[in-house]
Write a protein that binds this ligand. Structure first.
Ligand code: ARG
Length: 454
């Protein structure tokens, strides 16, 4: 390949085409998702270069206009990353140089693709973590809404998938809402971990130029700089794992809900149903209404878990610093970012839309469910628990267990505790508030660095 290939590290020596294609791999595809974030990072870097008087105001203006233009073109699907140029960083620099000449040739001073890609990924992950939070918020709101409407309906509680104790639809849903809130908390924690700016650390050993890293961090809406240049490289993969793990944990909540619904919508249970619009038919069996949506929520959640393993393996056992292996952390991370929103949206639709068959639920409230309650009623009358347990067990065995406890249970807990509903709403609002500062800073960075583009 000629010296005019456009690669940033061009030596003039011929390159083995097969090896070149192999090292580039899918980067043009995955980096397509990073163009916007690299434009943002590049704009901050240019501003910091100008602050250090390494760019004139005119050069800076030209670069910022060029970056905004590239960003606009990328959004319109009109910015290609040619294989010869390897990645988005090279393609962007090449486009800038074509447009701005000398100024474009100056922008890479004091940076490396290593801190560039770390910055782009950090911004990408922050953006998506905020989006997950919105969607989680909507999911928890849908579940909470169902508790408010249907929470009082009695439902058997199962352990080992065998009837255990009386419960309510609201108690089943409450567990899902709490797990969703826990994932909102985890996403906030993720945002906090992502809140350190890698820019200005170069290849991993700092940059011998007077670059004001705090300025870059502030422009990009980070609350701090990532102090160790080497840790910027070491954290590549580490932070992606937090990100992916957070998504996997969210998906696990949706997966459990789906597994329950698959079971409880089966004819043999018949507690719940899916609206016809959410079921699929069979090509051969005319009577079928299948819960494919739930099965794919389960299956795709499992696949997200597999992507976490991919990341674990790619990043495990690497020595410190940059290694090209790290390029492979982008695919699972970007895939996850793109996939989770769809899962959350569908799960929210399902949570809001599944139907409840109160008659089937009532019929399933067999007397044995109240055995523990009956024993504990005896305890309240002074019988030692072990003795009460034995008495109830004997009554059940002899077929003379009186389920008076059932009637008393029904009367004692007629509605879902409104205090819990209020607590769920409060906590959801609290996590939403918690994200506010990240949203404000992110929006300010976009407006400041790529004005007119968002
Ligand atoms: N495509 C590369 C990656 O994602 C960009 C960084 C290249 N750095 C390097 N030293 N070769 O890791």
């Amino acid at each position: 390949m000629s010296a005019q290939s456009g690669r940033l590290w061009e030596t003039g020596a011929a390159l083995d085409e097969l090896v070149h294609r192999f090292t580039v791999g899918d980067d043009p595809t995955w980096d397509g998702h990073l163009v916007h974030w690299d434009c943002l990072g590049s704009a901050a870097h240019a501003r910091t270069l100008a602050r250090a008087e390494l760019l004139s105001q005119a050069e800076l203006d030209a670069l910022l206009a060029g970056l905004a233009d590239i960003d606009r073109r990328a959004r319109a699907g009109d910015f290609a990353i040619p294989e010869a140029l390897e990645d988005c960083h090279t393609a962007i620099e090449a486009a800038l140089t074509k447009r701005c000449g000398q100024a474009g040739a100056k922008i890479h001073a004091g940076r490396s693709r290593n801190d560039q890609v770390a910055t782009a990924m950090r911004l990408f992950m922050r953006h998506h973590a905020l989006r997950w939070l919105d969607l989680l918020d909507a999911f928890v709101a849908a579940v909470t809404g169902r508790i408010r409407c249907d929470g009082h309906i009695a439902m058997p509680g199962y352990t080992h998938l065998r009837p255990a104790m009386p419960s309510r639809v609201g108690q089943w849903l409450h567990a899902i809402a709490e797990a969703g809130l826990e994932q909102m908390r985890a996403a906030c924690d993720l945002l906090e971990r992502l809140d350190a700016c890698p820019l200005g650390t170069g290849a991993g050993f700092g940059v011998p130029l007077p670059l004001d890293r705090a300025h870059s961090a502030e422009l990009l809406g980070f609350s701090r700089v990532q102090r160790s240049a080497l840790d910027v490289q070491n954290s590549r993969g580490r932070l992606e794992k937090y990100f992916v793990r957070a998504a996997v944990d969210v998906a696990a909540v949706l997966e459990k809900m789906s597994c329950d619904l698959i079971l409880f919508t089966a004819a043999e249970f018949g507690f719940f149903g899916l609206p016809e619009a959410m079921t699929t038919g069979s090509s051969i069996m005319p009577q079928k209404k299948n819960p494919d949506v739930l099965e794919l929520l389960r299956g795709r959640s499992a696949r997200l878990r597999a992507r976490l393993f991919e990341l674990e393996w790619v990043t495990g056992k690497l020595p410190s610093s940059y290694h090209r292996d790290l390029q492979l952390t982008k695919e699972p991370t970007i895939r996850i970012a793109l996939e989770l929103p769809e899962l959350l949206e569908v799960a929210t639709r399902v949570a809001a839309g599944f139907t409840i068959n109160a008659e089937r639920l009532a019929a399933a409230m067999g007397p044995e469910l109240y055995a523990t309650h009956a024993a504990l009623e005896l305890v309240q009358r002074g019988v030692p628990f072990r003795e009460a347990y034995r008495r109830v067990a004997e009554e059940i065995k002899a077929g003379r267990f009186d389920d008076g406890a059932a009637e008393r249970w029904r009367r004692s807990t007629e509605r879902f505790d409104p205090a819990i509903l209020a607590a769920l709403e409060d906590e959801r609002a609290a996590w939403r508030r918690e994200t506010k500062r990240y949203r404000v800073r992110t929006a300010a960075a976009e407006a400041e660095l790529l004005p007119g583009n968002h």
